[in-house]
Design a protein around this ligand. Structure first.
Ligand code: ADP
Ligand code: ZN
Ligand code: MG
Length: 491
């Protein structure tokens, strides 16, 4: 049911409070407590064994790699990792949970007290607290659609049972749907850099539940929250929050009170609807898992794991902004994935002038890709090609006009730069007397500009360089041209 439009004045009277719970599947080869393959897309019920099916007498054994990944994620999110954490049984009945309980962590989670920084509309970053990161196992999947008898039957695929998860719970520090979107974007980026999850939302390896309440501005006490479950894209999380905030304000404005409940997002009509009243922790009858010992994270393990952390996105951007003289936006483009940032930096370091590599990549190649609607991976020009361009420019062996002409050919024919350059080897005029002739003609034809230059407007030199470059069809050696133009104008 869509919410009636609320006037901006009424909206402005309330402040939203948002906290997010994010589940990510960890990229281990095998499951959390058994040796079954942890892989998406296998035939239904083929990756199962007595442990993950919860058959009587089967005992869980903790996957060391899952602990390492969860610890890596905790450190990347600035959490304090507990030396001793406890696995607990969370008991509930559901057809996709054959054991009748999920092994999770409860009052002693792996890690607590973390934070991440998100950009805000005012240029400063805002720190969003992370309450906890705990480990748990995933449940199976109920398949409601896609079978000829789906109208009357639900099928079960238990392959996902026992998949290792990290659940990351934020503090109720988020205040707007946009901030929630930013938080998720940064969180995903950090987890991808840390290499602990593929964070693929379509395949369900990253899932988000959004908790939201509203309170009159100025009131300290939080309002009653609703939890919106399983929203499958960050944009939908933002939309679901926008909807839910308006719905709650409308309830309060019309004299009602918000119910504590679990709601589902409906992407078809852009609304949320009530699924069930919210269960309380005691409904789950949590107790320590008797089949597993406490999880001990030693100081040595922690410091070994810390060494495996790569430079994280925020720090990397700050360094690259300084090192390559980038804008914030360009830094974001270059660090969009760790793999791309690595490829860029490995290439840039082999160039005479790394900054020029960034420049060519972003403005020349990036601009063309953008205009054509292509992704970086679809570029005909390789990183090595870009380094070659940067070096040729740096040595003055090609002019920027010639670079553009060569790139035109690359993009027209889908060829890399080196091949095009070798074939076309653009002519260069390095003969000073030929250039001087062109410069003399240009100076004679533009007396006003000469006057301006001689009156102190030194930037006019650029005008002459441009004119002569054009007259030479882009073939003038740039360094020589610069030098000769200045000499002539001064002389
Ligand atoms: P529950 O006991 O209902 O699971 P928790 O206290 O564990 O609630 O919090 C779950 C999530 O909800 C956290 O991300 C937390 O920040 C957020 N949260 C808690 N209280 C509120 C509130 N009043 N409004 C919005 N979010 C909240
Ligand atoms: Zn198994
Ligand atoms: Mg809770």
């Amino acid at each position: 049911m869509p919410v009636a439009a609320i006037s901006p004045d009424v909206l402005a009277k309330y402040e939203p409070v948002i906290g997010l719970e994010v589940h990510v599947q960890l990229l281990t080869a095998t499951k959390m407590f058994c040796g079954c393959a942890n892989r998406f897309g296998a035939d239904p019920n083929t990756n199962t064994c007595p442990v993950c099916l919860g058959l009587p007498g089967a005992l869980p054994v903790t996957n060391a790699k899952a602990i390492e990944f969860a610890t890596l994620a905790s450190l990347a999110l600035n959490c304090q990792v507990r030396e001793r954490s406890i696995f607990a049984r969370k008991n509930y009945f559901y057809p996709d949970l054959p054991k009748g309980y999920q092994i999770s962590q409860y009052d002693k989670p792996l890690a607590e007290h973390g934070w991440i920084e998100v950009p805000t509309s005012s240029k400063t970053n805002k720190r969003i607290g992370i309450t906890r990161l705990h480990m748990e196992e995933d449940a199976g999947k109920s398949l409601h659609d896609g079978f000829s008898d789906s109208a009357t039957r639900t099928y079960l695929d238990l392959n996902r049972c026992g998949t290792p998860l990290a659940e990351i719970v934020s503090e109720p520090d988020i205040r707007t749907p946009d901030e929630a979107f930013e938080y998720l974007t940064r969180l995903k980026e950090i987890l991808l850099y840390a290499g602990v999850s593929d964070c693929n939302m379509e395949e369900g390896s990253l899932r988000c539940d959004a908790n939201v309440s509203v309170r009159p501005r100025g009131q300290e006490k939080f309002g009653t929250k609703a939890e919106v479950k399983n929203v499958n894209s960050f944009k939908f999380v933002r939309a679901a929050l926008e909807y839910e905030i308006e719905r709650q304000i409308e309830v309060i404005e019309s004299g009602g009170s918000v119910k504590q409940e679990t709601r589902l997002w409906n992407a078809n009509d852009g609304s949320t609807y009530s699924m069930r009243s919210k269960e309380q922790a005691h409904d789950y009858r949590y107790f320590p898992e008797p089949d597993l010992p406490p999880l001990i994270v030693s100081a040595e393990f922690l410091s070994e794991t810390r060494k495996k952390l790569p430079e994280l996105p925020e720090a990397r951007r700050a360094r690259m902004i300084a090192e390559y003289e980038l804008s914030v936006q360009d830094a974001h483009t270059l660090t969009a994935s760790r793999e791309f940032a690595d490829r860029f930096e490995a290439a840039a370091r082999t160039a005479r002038n790394p900054r020029r590599v960034a420049n060519v990549l972003l403005s020349e190649v990036g601009g063309r890709l953008k205009a054509l609607g292509l992704e970086q991976e679809q570029s005909p020009v390789s990183m090595a090609g870009i380094v070659l361009v940067a070096d040729l420019l740096d040595e003055g062996k090609i002019s920027s006009k010639q670079m553009k002409q060569l790139f035109d050919v690359c993009f027209e024919k889908g060829e890399d730069f080196a091949a095009v350059y070798e074939r076309e080897k653009p002519e260069q005029i390095t003969d000073a007397s030929a250039l001087e002739k062109l410069i003399d003609e240009t100076i004679a034809a533009n007396p006003k500009q000469v006057e301006q230059y001689r009156a102190g407007k030194k930037t006019m030199a650029g005008f002459f360089v441009g004119q002569v470059m054009r007259a030479s069809k882009g073939q003038a050696n740039p360094a020589l041209l610069n030098e000769l133009v200045t000499r002539k104008l001064e002389g």
